[in-house]
Design a protein around this ligand. Structure first.
Ligand code: SF4
Length: 334
């Protein structure tokens, strides 16, 4: 479980249940809390970028979100639901390097009630099923025992017939979600990868077995369940390793239905330059050769695998998944 080293609390955040819970948790666990009268900003005395980065990853700020906006979130959902930004994990390839830079300190939004109210207005206006993604800028499960934000969100969406909520995690702190009355309106997805990739790049995250165990509990609790295999890397022996991963998944799920989203490795120029400063020996395949440049929905491009590699990868999963996991629906491979 994650314990921040320091909590920065906007004074106003204490007026909300999330703020109260974080404050109480910090006091119980002797975590220093700095209550600040105005907007919280992360600063560090460290000079080395990696030390600054690690300090940011262990700092939890609780703030009141002033401008509540719902950005689009294709292909995963209609909109992002802003609950938390950043994550305590240390994955060297992390997609957050594009937008959060080299000091991605954790920000928890205290005014969840106002955020849910805005979401409700959007759902009513759309008058159709409208899905919100809770992990577009974070891994919210990693801090759930401290914030309780997901518990609130799941309970909120359970009351809204046309609302749907989904989030993805590599973490296993899901016990407080098990007994909730979710009414099948929240889908929980686990992000998994081959043990080789987890060991090489996904530092400070639970191992594959622990993620599969947590996913079994979620399935048993009746939540719609999904898995993301992401990011898929093409490396020597990748087919053998991903086949084994599918077999492990089949063993854990024992014929139960779930969805699968498969995302090949990609990176932006901005993420690459941050990663190279922080982890000079990252070992990631960040060369631009064998890559294709693709424009994304947020106005910046990404380097994705070239057609040859991507087609191989796509073919592999479209062939192997029906053989090993015949009950599963592949939502997309990108
Ligand atoms: S768990 Fe997800 S959000 Fe957290 S560091 Fe890893 S890739 Fe980034």
């Amino acid at each position: 479980m994650f314990f921040p080293k320091k909590v920065l609390m906007e004074k106003e955040a204490l007026n909300y249940p999330v703020g109260e819970r974080v404050y109480k948790f910090s006091r119980q666990h002797n975590i220093p809390v700095e209550v600040l009268p105005k907007t919280v900003r992360f600063t560090s005395m460290e000079e080395k970028p990696l030390k600054k980065f690690l300090e940011a990853k262990e700092t939890l700020a609780v703030v009141v979100k002033k401008k509540i906006q719902f950005l689009t979130c294709k292909p995963s959902a209609d909109y992002q639901l802003p609950l938390i930004t950043s994550c305590p994990g240390l994955c060297t390839y992390c997609y957050l390097f594009t937008n959060l830079g080299k000091t991605p300190y954790l920000r928890v939004y205290a005014n969840t009630g106002e955020i849910f109210q805005k979401a409700k207005e959007i759902i009513n206006k759309n008058a159709r099923l409208t899905a919100f993604e809770g992990s577009a800028t974070s891994d919210p499960v990693a801090v759930e025992p401290i914030t309780g934000s997901l518990k609130e969100a799941i309970s909120f969406f359970a009351q809204i017939e046309l609302g749907r909520f989904r989030f993805t995690t590599k973490f296993t702190d899901i016990d407080s979600l098990i007994d909730l009355d979710h009414r099948f309106r929240t889908e929980i997805r686990f992000s998994i990868n081959t043990p080789y990739i987890i060991k090489k790049y996904e530092f400070r995250t639970p191992c594959l077995e622990a993620r599969l165990e947590a996913s079994k509990k979620i399935k048993k609790a009746g939540y719609p369940l999904g898995f993301l295999i992401a990011p898929v890397f093409v490396y020597d022996g990748w087919e053998r390793d991903y086949r084994k991963l599918l077999e492990q998944l089949a063993g854990a799920m024992d014929g139960l239905y779930f969805t699968l989203e498969i995302i090949s490795h990609r990176f932006t120029a901005r993420a690459k330059s941050n990663i190279e400063v922080l982890f000079p020996r990252h070992g990631l395949p960040l060369g631009e050769e064998n890559r294709r440049y693709q424009f994304g929905q947020f106005g910046y491009g990404k380097y994705v695998y070239d057609k040859d590699n991507f087609n191989k990868l796509k073919e592999f999963f479209y062939q192997e998944v029906p053989k090993i996991l015949p009950q599963v629906k592949i939502l997309y491979i990108v």
